[in-house]
Design a protein around this ligand. Structure first.
Ligand SMILES: [Fe+2]
Ligand SMILES: [Fe+2]
Length: 378
């Protein structure tokens, strides 16, 4: 439990934006609804409820909203990032009973599915009709509507409050809570594992993530806070770091090749460790391990247990990346010996040959002598 944060009250994350969610100890997936308030001088402010969340959390979320805005009738807009139950299940009750003055904002693709809840069509505004920007009478505040298709539904979109530089990103950048302790409201390095796992499970492919990150990077002024629908809010040093990692994360269908039997999986691990032992012999103890452990992309796919590599995903790609990392600074002769050893090890274990270019030049400049290990059995 994070003792420093009171999750029973609304928490202001920037001027006019409050987290109104609930944290359940031990729950894998916690939802983050947000209230965004746009002041309008003498007129009543506009209150925007972003991704209202689960019915399981509604009592506490409603209590927090009432503390902030007096009455749920004062909600002006409720946004739905996509049609998943953890976002929309409270929406029918809200618009029919507690917040009759609120309009729902979503994309047409999302509405086609949300329509089955019985919400009347006249309660709905489509994102598409605003051509990328929501403007409000009586205020100079602008909300950019950021397309994030397939992150993780085709009709998903982010909401960017230009004034506060905060992006409400829906499930994108959401994370599951793996720690037995509650996660902090603001992301730390340890949150990445839960974010990675959530995206591997629920997002379709890397190209969708890459496209969404490109849209986010284009926003002006640049984003300072990302507020997702699950897990922790991302800002400060973590923001650029997690965006970079997200842009190269392989998820969903990218990982179909990982669905293999245990024997095959074990064979890939054996190959990785055989290569490691051979290269350690050539380069000297610790050198190969150091280079692999220092490569963030490789460490996205594997971990070390002592001196042993345990591949966690994309084993063929890992072997290819491992060989590249181990050979890129070596002279051609040594590099090719390592490459040949990797290809032969895969063949010996009945695995598909990794895509390794034997003819390429390496960046090594000296041809100093390396004590040759018995890389190839003759
Ligand atoms: Fe979702
Ligand atoms: Fe969600």
């Amino acid at each position: 439990m994070n003792q420093s944060q009171d999750y029973e009250s609304a928490i202001e994350i920037c001027p006019g934006a409050n987290w109104v969610g609930r944290r359940v100890e031990g729950a894998l997936l916690n939802c983050n609804p947000y209230l965004l308030t746009l002041e309008r001088g003498d007129k009543t402010p506009l209150h925007v409820l972003i991704d209202p969340g689960s019915p399981q959390d509604f009592k506490l979320t409603a209590t927090k909203l009432i503390q902030l805005i007096g009455d749920l009738k004062n909600l002006s807009i409720i946004t739905l990032n996509h049609q998943d139950p953890d976002i929309i299940l409270t929406a029918p009750t809200l618009v029919s009973r507690f917040a009759p003055n609120a309009l729902l904002l979503m994309t047409e693709n999302t509405w086609r599915l949300v329509a089955h809840t019985g919400i009347p069509r006249e309660k709905v505004k489509f994102v598409e009709q605003f051509h990328g920007t929501l403007r409000f009478k009586g205020t100079n505040r602008e909300l950019k509507l950021v397309p994030t298709p397939f992150c993780h539904f085709t009709g998903a979109f982010g909401i960017y409050d230009v004034t506060n530089r905060i992006l409400f990103s829906g499930d994108l950048f959401g994370g599951v809570t793996l720690d037995s302790e509650m996660f902090p409201l603001y992301a730390e390095e340890r949150n990445w594992q839960g974010i990675r796992m959530f995206h591997e499970l629920y997002f379709p492919c890397n190209s969708a993530l890459k496209y969404a990150i490109e849209q986010i990077e284009r926003l002006a002024p640049p984003v300072e806070i990302i507020a997702p629908q699950h897990g922790s809010i991302i800002k400060g040093d973590m923001l650029k770091e997690f965006m970079n990692r997200m842009a190269r994360l392989r998820v969903g269908a990218d990982l179909l090749s990982d669905r293999m039997d245990k024997l095959t999986w074990d064979a890939w691990n054996t190959v990785a460790n055989e290569i490691l032992v051979q290269v350690e012999h050539i380069l000297g103890p610790g050198n190969a391990i150091y280079r692999i452990a220092d490569d963030e992309e490789l460490m996205d796919m594997a971990r070390f247990e002592g001196n042993r590599i345990i591949i966690e995903k994309l084993p063929k790609l890992f072997i290819e990346g491992m060989v590249l990392t181990l050979t890129e600074k070596e002279v051609l002769r040594v590099a090719n010996q390592i490459k040949v050893s990797a290809i032969l090890a895969c063949e010996a274990h009945g695995l598909p040959a990794p895509s390794i270019d034997l003819s390429s030049e390496t960046t090594g400049t000296s041809d100093e002598f390396y004590p040759l290990a018995p890389i190839i059995d003759e």
